[in-house]
Design a protein around this ligand. Sequence first.
Ligand SMILES: Nc1ncnc2c1ncn2[C@@H]1O[C@H](COP(=O)(O)OP(=O)(O)OP(=O)(O)O)[C@@H](O)[C@H]1O
Ligand SMILES: [Mg+2]
Length: 246
Amino acid sequence: MLELKNLKLSYGTSQILNGVNFSVKRGDVVSIIGPSGTGKTTLLKCINYLVKPTSGTIDFDQIRMDYARPDKATIQAIRLRTAMVFQQFNVFKNMTVLQNVMDPLVVVQRKSQDEAREIALMELDRVGLSAKKDQYPAQLSGGQLQRTGIARALAVRPDVMLFDEPTSSLDPELVGEVLKVIKDVTSSGITSILVTHEMQFAKNISNRIVFMDAGVVAAEGSPSEMFDAPANPRLAQFLSTELETQ
Ligand SMILES: Nc1ncnc2c1ncn2[C@@H]1O[C@H](COP(=O)(O)OP(=O)(O)OP(=O)(O)O)[C@@H](O)[C@H]1O
Ligand SMILES: [Mg+2]
């Protein structure tokens, strides 16, 4: 359903993505792992054009775009099909939890207040936050904030969920509740791409693992191919240091 080909991107004079080829099928749960600074966040952001690749193409079902010739309508069409959960929680401080989840439904999808409320309440229930619906972000824990962000992303019913290290800014005791919600989401069949340093979690929830290194996809395969018998020496080295610190 989604395919990126030969994606290149530079910031100033540094080439960050050096020809990434990456694809997901409908229903896939793909985890992207790899060393810090290797371009994982940048790759996710290319999908909804939050950053501008210099070349490459994207195919999203019937939508196709050449990044060398971006056009607004196509970018908008792709954005409407994706939702991103950021490392830093994407919630508005001046809105209640419920208003945060209703916001994209009303503002982007032009749904009525009643319809937006109904969907938002359903998504808040799914992430276990019904009781907090009238609270403001300042009154919530990091885990609750991130679950609000996830409900907000889910509410627009995206074709693809993009998660960028959704637990990395949480206190350790709050990681579990957010991972549980992500596990529920991915097992419900929503196509998901997850950038994570939680190796055990990636292994448990994904049907494919993509290892990025130095701005390219250096290896990919099933969780057991990648974690139990990594053929790529850089991957083996990355996993041994990563697992040491967990
Ligand atoms: N806006 C920017 N301007 C200039 N350089 C940037 C910008 N954003 C990212 N970079 C650089 O691009 C490279 C890739 O960054 P990216 O955030 O994609 O890495 P990452 O793989 O997500 O790392 P991490 O695991 O630490 O999140 C890094 O070297 C980073 O410093
Ligand atoms: Mg990152």
